[in-house]
Design a protein around this ligand. Sequence first.
Ligand code: PXP
Length: 245
Amino acid sequence: MKRKINLGVNIDHVATLRNARGENDPSLLEMAMCAQNAGADLITVHLREDRRHVRDADVFELKKHLKIPINFEMALSDEILSTVLELKPYSVCIVPEKREEVTTEGGLDAVQYKNKIAEYSEKLFNHGIQTYLFIEPEEKMVRAAKEAHVSGVEFHTGSFARAFLIAKERDKEIERLRMASSFAHKESLEVHAGHGINYFNASYLLPILEISEFNIGHAIISRSIAVGLNQAIYEMKKILDCNAV
Ligand code: PXP
């Protein structure tokens, strides 16, 4: 049977562009609907504590109109947790967050925050929301994720993306992701991947059969400026579908 890989399209950059003029162009909802029609399996948004791109009203509007699930990225923040419990997205991915960073740098330290993650994951579970953890592909992080009773992990692929042009380094990062994915799967955790994945490097991760979802933002939104969002998503779906084994 052909393997199905879900594509979560992260639309945070659409909100960044919209916010640059302080009005409603481009419309986040219109772009999310376009992504849905183009075959996105999920819409991924990160409601940051500083609200630098997506805002509270956006996520409620998306939830009201979209048919596909929302994958909601959030930090370990009680304020954001109360919003998410009201919103009830399909899933939450807990990520680390620093105000000074440009984007999410590195995975969450699941070992250090295990108890707090477990507390959040239980509350989310009781509201029918699945929890994933954005972590580095390391066994100790996977073990902590398991102990915190989450549904799965999203491996941070930033190191792989940065190493991509140096074959030896790239192969080392792929092996790290392969080992961690295999361990997570043995622990009955779902495996997702994201960060820095683009039209050139995505196919290198497809042989890791445990990965069932990719969350991609920057590459798709950037490509959409040249070819339109519909075509940009079509091209990425083609890569994820054709090479799947
Ligand atoms: N997954 C998570 C958890 C993220 O925080 C991000 C970045 O916002 C992504 C995926 C998407 O990364 P990129 O924009 O590099 O595709």
